[in-house]
Ligand binder design. Structure first.
Ligand SMILES: Cc1cc2nc3c(=O)[nH]c(=O)nc-3n(C[C@H](O)[C@H](O)[C@H](O)COP(=O)(O)OP(=O)(O)OC[C@H]3O[C@@H](n4cnc5c(N)ncnc54)[C@H](O)[C@@H]3O)c2cc1C
Length: 386
């Protein structure tokens, strides 16, 4: 077991941190106050981040990347989340489109979409959740019925990250009702060609990271937009979740680290009873607990990513990392508020945002309870849910 980053990884991390603190950190408050980001702003930020390995870094060189492994990508996402987790979420979701096209797309799909996705001319989102299908993703009701050369899609998707700025939504829909989970497929819906309705949703945290409801009413999509074989939509979605959950854990770690850094600084500067509050043992205890929770989360997340890099599945390890890191981030950011006293509740300090952002992370990509049921299913060998 090696806990040391390579020289290259250290350089990637240092370059990213330097840029993020210099160019991104100063604008975070302004954009968080504005709410869900516009496509133009999102594209601008993604283009700024590309040279550091975000968005395309994990792709092979021929597509503008440098074949970064999952751990190195995790390192980049952790650094960005320490500065602005809304932007991490946005880039993470947007990166799904070029990655999906490279790994799963047909020649025709790559021909039509890939160069525009690589150039950040079009943005993507992934639409699974529905008003009646959240944790129980297998119960989705959206249908895609083949009619000549087109699929006709009907249904509503909700809580879709980047939904309001996406040009291409990869929609999971039922293509064969008789087959249950094996009857679900992924279909790329290009908004300009196959228009769908969009309603922006506003949330507690990560406010600059757009989330939307998408509605499809007799939405006709060329049948060539089916991703891979019909019926693989559910299975693919579940495999993709393992990397997503491990990376989401690192987003929580980034936020927790930011809260720790802010709490230490405040504890050193703020004086009460004639001494810095950082000299009080109960403040030091809170900081020690925050570090323990964050470092344990970090190790779990990189462990899961290491398994993926070795070509192994990490079904329960990624669920453990995601549930542990996001729940700990809620506690760590709450303690950071406590250390700041009343100022911790004010938007003049960043810790109230860290708390709201952390609170937003225990639900997406499988809520904490579902992650625990997955861990239970994998280690006990009995399903607590269907
Ligand atoms: C910020 C954010 C971004 C998101 N982005 C996307 C996206 O890009 N694409 C997408 O498709 N979806 C997205 N989602 C949706 C997300 O995946 C769902 O919110 C999540 O799966 C939970 O579903 P739900 O909200 O309907 O909660 P429900 O499933 O209704 O759950 C409500 C509560 O019941 C608990 N619960 C449910 N079933 C069980 C059980 N069997 N045992 C014990 N407890 C249970 C849950 O843990 C939760 O606490 C996003 C959500 C958020 C908040």
């Amino acid at each position: 077991m090696d806990f040391e980053w390579t020289e290259e990884q250290k350089m990637i991390k240092a370059n990213a941190r330097d840029f993020l603190e210099r160019e991104i950190a100063p604008v975070v408050d302004e954009y968080e106050r504005k709410g869900p980001m516009s496509k133009e702003d999102a594209v601008g930020f993604i283009k700024q981040l590309i040279p550091f390995g975000y968005y395309l870094g994990a792709l092979p060189e021929e597509y503008g990347g440098s074949s970064l492994d999952h751990k190195t990508e995790g390192l980049l996402f952790e650094e960005l989340s320490r500065v602005w987790v809304s932007l991490t979420g946005l880039v993470f979701i947007a990166r799904g489109l070029p990655h999906t096209l490279v790994h799963l797309g047909t020649d025709d799909q790559r021909e039509r979409f890939l160069s525009r996705a690589l150039a950040v001319e079009i943005l993507g989102c992934g639409a699974i959740t529905e008003p009646n299908a959240g944790s129980d993703a297998a119960s989705i009701e959206t249908t895609a019925v083949l009619d000549g050369d087109h699929y006709v899609i009907n249904g509503t998707k909700t809580w879709i990250s980047n939904g309001s700025i996406a040009d291409v939504a990869t929609v999971v829909a039922v293509t064969d009702k008789e087959k249950g989970r094996a009857g679900m497929s992924q279909i790329m819906v290009e908004k300009e060609v196959s228009p769908f309705g969009v309603r922006e949703l506003h949330k507690l945290g990560q406010r600059a990271f757009p989330t939307a409801e998408l509605s499809f009413m007799d939405c006709r999509v060329p049948k060539e937009n089916l991703l891979g074989e019909p019926g693989l939509g559910y299975q693919r979605t579940m495999v993709r979740f393992e990397a997503a959950r491990s990376l989401l854990a690192l987003m929580a770690v980034g936020v927790s680290q930011a809260a720790i850094d802010a709490a230490i600084k405040y504890a050193q500067e703020r004086k009460q009873f004639g001494r810095p509050i950082g000299s009080f043992q109960m403040i030091q205890e809170m900081i020690a607990d925050m570090i323990a929770a964050t470092q344990a989360s970090r190790l779990l997340a990189y462990w899961a990513l290491d398994l993926i890099d070795k070509g192994e599945r990490c079904r329960w390890q990624s669920s453990l990392a995601k549930s542990f890191a996001t729940e700990r981030a809620v506690e760590v950011t709450s303690k950071a508020i406590q250390i700041h006293g009343a100022m911790g509740l004010s938007d003049e300090y960043p810790v109230e945002r860290y708390f709201r952002d952390a609170r937003t992370m225990t639900i997406p990509d499988g809520a904490t309870q579902i992650q625990k049921l997955i861990i239970g299913r994998e280690v006990v060998g009995i399903r607590a849910f269907v």
